[in-house]
Design a protein around this ligand. Structure first.
Ligand SMILES: C[S@@+](CC[C@H](N)C(=O)[O-])C[C@H]1O[C@@H](n2cnc3c(N)ncnc32)[C@H](O)[C@@H]1O
Length: 217
């Protein structure tokens, strides 16, 4: 693991509870209101991802940067054949494993502590997702190319947009906490997807994000 990844891992180990509470909404009314106003696109990306993953039933999925398993566990609940979640943060992975056990979903999913570039899957996946991941990836080309390699149908990804008021705010706020964050233009995303070898793709602006579905055929 290089220093950048170690910093990311430590940042996410520290931020786990704060991040997870955005979804679980175990927060004060004021914080909930702030999330609704400033983070509505996090909820929109959730809707986008499941809409663009259909059909889910009987398909295999890889969730890169699975965090606390919000997406992976929902795929398992929606009858995916098998879901693999990977994340560099061991604490995130522990939460995923515990939640899968609690819900009786362990036979449908596995969670591994790994960086995508080190991960060597035995099989390919129908769908691969990277949601809220590319914000934290210094060299996205190798990650997107690997996604294209391991997937047989499509990849779904989100990228934070470059030209938004929030980009410099996040750069400074996360930088102070030793977490590097990166932003993307549509042109750059097109270049990354073309270089990776995706045959076609859709890029949709959703608030301060681009939501992307890219197909290998
Ligand atoms: C913003 S969270 C998103 C979690 C989840 N995808 C979601 O949207 O709820 C980003 C996650 O990516 C993980 N991550 C960052 N860099 C990674 C890498 N190179 N390989 C795997 N996971 C990574 C972090 O540990 C963190 O859990």
């Amino acid at each position: 693991m290089n220093q950048e990844i170690i910093n990311q891992k430590e940042y996410w180990n520290r931020e786990l509870k704060a991040f997870d509470s955005i979804y679980t909404a175990r927060k004060s009314s004021f914080s909930k209101w702030l999330d609704k106003v400033f983070r509505w696109d996090m909820f929109a990306r959730y809707e986008y991802t499941f809409k663009h993953s259909e059909p889910i039933q009987n398909r295999t999925l890889l969730d890169i940067g699975c965090g606390t398993g919000v997406f992976s566990l929902e795929y398992a609940r929606r009858n995916a054949k098998y879901v693999t979640g990977i994340d560099i943060s061991e604490q995130m992975i522990n939460v995923c494993i515990n939640r899968a056990e609690k819900e009786g979903l362990s036979s449908l999913c596995e969670f591994l502590r790994s960086d995508l570039l080190e991960y060597k899957p035995n099989n390919n996946f129908d769908i691969c997702i990277g949601i809220g991941l590319f914000d934290y990836i210094k060299e996205p080309q190798s990650v997107i190319s690997k996604m294209c390699e391991v997937v047989t149908d499509r990849a779904i990804m989100t990228f934070p947009r470059f030209w938004t008021w929030r980009a410099p705010v996040r750069k400074v706020r996360l930088g102070l906490r030793k977490c590097a964050v990166y932003f993307y233009t549509k042109k750059r995303i097109e270049m990354l997807l073309n270089t990776a070898g995706f045959k076609r793709f859709e890029i949709e602006p959703v608030g301060k994000l681009f939501c992307v579905t890219a197909y290998v055929k």
